[in-house]
Write a protein that binds this ligand. Sequence first.
Ligand SMILES: [Zn+2]
Length: 147
Amino acid sequence: MARKKKIEYHSYTEGTIRYMSCMTCGHYEVVGESATGVRCSNCVMKTMMNQYPQEESKSYKPTGRPAGWHWMNEFVDKDGNVFHKGKEMKKLKGTLPSTKVSPPKKKKIKRRTKQQMLLAMDAERKAELKKAHQKQKDFINHNIDKG
Ligand SMILES: [Zn+2]
């Protein structure tokens, strides 16, 4: 009885760890015992990016409404439109002051590598130190000016 042979991607073991070559780019990836095909994280990421292009963020137009505004009991937008739990209350339009919205935090879309992140953190820390230094200097100078 001839069993149809499954396609197996090239793999090797090192100690107890099994590596298999990525289906897409050939990069070796750590896999489990039973894996017959693997895609490395880079290729998975690429596929995801292709499947879910970041259109949402590109075409995102700020409405000036906070996230979850349609769950609020009462929300008045900047044009005076009144919403009760997301339902527009046309009769109330312009009768209420618009709900104050704190500006949304900017989302960082750009993915950074760990190293870039560490570098950025380092730069930030240095900038903070510089600022602190400057503050101290200003403080001293100020005192001298006054005296
Ligand atoms: Zn790959």
